[in-house]
Design a protein around this ligand. Structure first.
Ligand code: PEP
Ligand code: MN
Length: 356
């Protein structure tokens, strides 16, 4: 059975677990045996080649560690997965008998590297999971799937691991949930797994992000686990021992996608009301833009610039000031007002450029 079919047919979440990096034969075997006891675990992971942002940090033990992961798979009767970033990794992983390959975020970002992997896999029958690129570019992510498909690899799964930003207060990689949601819209055929370990970079936030992924109907989770996380050779702050891992999985609330018949009517009633309010929002926005055009006409007749920076700043600040009355976040009010303002400028520009 193809991996993507297995993910779709097993009870959610389909869980991938194991250490960030393979450090020793005993480490790989012991942590894999521990996590394999959890029935949600369907695939084992371990990094053999580690793409590190800065040199001189641990870059993985390389191919000597491949048989350790393979024997952990045999001991637990579970398939195994590792990250590949070039042709040599692909050849060595295939030779060792790894069952599933994944392309990491720092590789998905580079079409040359993805193409090299696709070419190395030409004619090979193996499932591949593709992590989102480090930058929030849906096209690059889609392109990576297409490159693999053109090489005949059709058993593909997406992994959402967040996007890098400069110094974020909470996350190592911000989730930008709208991007995996957009991927689901474009490619509903691809299962999607969330990697809360690399999103959070912090073991205390794993449950929160895993729950969010479940509420957004993700198919599975990839969680890094370690016998002694504080001593891990890579990603130490985000790895968890098996006990914590089990605890996270047991605390997840799995809500159903199907709406049961008894609440169907009530939900539909509320949705109808929402739709009426949405109509009103658009009606009001249309009327508002009509007024913007009137202002535009006056500006044209009196030769005044469209952009009145100070006025615009005041308008947005006053809306942000009153946001609490409406229970709206500052970020939403800012984005909304910016969008309204841009649309208003578009209307005024149209008036401005109209020949008299
Ligand atoms: C990993 O899974 O260990 C890894 C390096 O992930 P990412 O490509 O998401 O950084
Ligand atoms: Mn890691």
């Amino acid at each position: 059975m193809m991996l993507k079919e297995k993910i779709n047919s097993t009870k959610r979440p389909f869980v991938v677990a194991g250490p960030c990096s393979a450090e020793s034969e005993l480490q790989v075997l012991s942590i894999c045996k521990e996590v394999a006891k959890n029935p949600y675990v369907k695939l084992l992971r371990a990094g053999i080649w580690k793409p590190r942002t800065r040199p001189n940090s641990f870059e993985g033990l390389g191919k000597i560690a491949l048989p350790w992961l393979v024997s952990a798979g045999k001991a637990t009767n579970l398939p195994t997965a590792t990250e590949v970033a070039n042709k040599k990794h692909v050849e060595e992983a295939l030779k060792a008998g790894i069952d599933v390959l994944w392309i990491g975020a720092r590789t998905t970002v580079n079409p040359f590297a993805v193409q090299e992997i696709a070419d190395a896999l030409y004619g090979v029958d193996i499932p591949v999971m593709i992590k989102n690129p480090v930058n929030p570019d849906l096209q690059l992510w889609l392109g990576a799937f297409e490159r693999l498909e053109q090489a005949g690899i059709n058993d593909l799964t997406a992994i959402h691991r967040g996007f890098s930003v400069y110094k974020h207060a909470k996350y190592r990689n911000v989730p930008n949930w709208q991007i995996p949601i957009a991927l689901k819209e474009e490619r509903p055929d691809l299962p999607i797994i969330c990697d809360p370990s690399h999103i959070t970079g912090n073991r205390n936030l794993l449950l929160e992000v895993s729950q969010k992924a479940m509420d957004l109907n993700f198919d599975g989770l990839m969680i890094e686990t370690h016998l002694n996380p504080d001593e891990a050779w890579s990603d130490s702050a985000q790895q968890v021992i098996a006990e914590e891992f089990n605890d996270i999985l047991s605390k997840l609330v799995l809500r159903s996608v199907e709406i049961s018949e008894d609440i169907q009517g009530e939900i539909e009633g509320i949705r109808a009301k929402i739709s009426i309010l949405d109509d009103l929002i658009f009606e009001v926005l249309g009327a508002r833009m009509g007024l913007s055009e009137k202002v535009g006409k006056l500006k044209r007749e009196n030769s005044i610039t469209i952009l009145q920076q100070e006025h615009c700043k005041e308008v947005i600040a006053s809306r942000i000031g009153s946001r609490n009355d409406y229970h709206l976040t500052k970020q939403f009010v800012r984005q909304f007002m910016d969008a309204v303002h841009q649309e208003s400028i578009r209307h005024q520009t149209k008036i401005m450029n109209k020949s008299k």
